[in-house]
Design a binder for this molecule. Sequence first.
Ligand code: ZN
Length: 301
Amino acid sequence: MCATRRTLWRMVVATALWGVANVMAQAPYRGPLFDAHLHYNDEACVFSAGGECPYPVKDVLAMMQRAGVRAIIANSRPNDGTKSLAEARDATRTAGVTVVPFIRLYRNRADYSGWFADESIHAMVQAELAAGTAAGPYRGLGEFHLYDSRNADGPVAAKLMKLAEARGLAVLAHVDDDAIDRLMAHAPNARLIWAHTGIGGSPIARVSQLLQRYPRLMGELSYRPGLTGANGGLSEDWKTLLATQPERFLIGSDTWVNPRWSGYEALMADARRWLGDLPPAAARRIAWGNGAALFGLPDPD
Ligand SMILES: [Zn+2]
């Protein structure tokens, strides 16, 4: 073989190897999933007599089972949906899904905009905590929203952060980066899960800064702008952050409206696609291990 042909041959082999490595890097993550942002709201099912129920408990559990979801942070407006999942002990066991119940702060849509200063919400949380669920005690509060970060200093917001810290409850908060600082100021040792890790697109440097400032802050990644590119893979800067700090992130479906339920399995497949861009150990931590560790769940495998 002459020198030119040898060089050409090497180029062909190198290109083929690169192609194989690339395909391997994009193999989806296949392990268990912990869905850390799941709502079972009354649009999905109304549990009072005569209520409409387009997504009954058995159907949502079947979707989770097909998607390989083995545990969920369950919360709902009102809390009836969460309780129904918690009460379905046989069905959840058969589906292999552990329900981690959170108290939602909303009885109805009106509560979204005023909960942080509404003493009746604080009373509802106290009553729910005392009652617990069929799947055990509540393990967290939220998801709640703060559309104006200054409301993180509302009297009930401050009180609930302190309650969460004192009772070892996690908090799932859909807020901007400024509100993270404000919420943590009320309860520096609280376990705060930042829903969407900044849905408004807080710069990645700011996300890193907050993770460094608050060692107990975790980021949940549904709807996070810039996480993935057009091909569904991780963007370069997010791949770097997730690979270097895999212990700080969680995945979630955010089934806040029914189209998220009809697309549930596709959403989880999307997550598996980008998780496959990470080193396997990092992918498993984000997909399953961090949620399991937060709530003391055994490995499902
Ligand atoms: Zn949500």
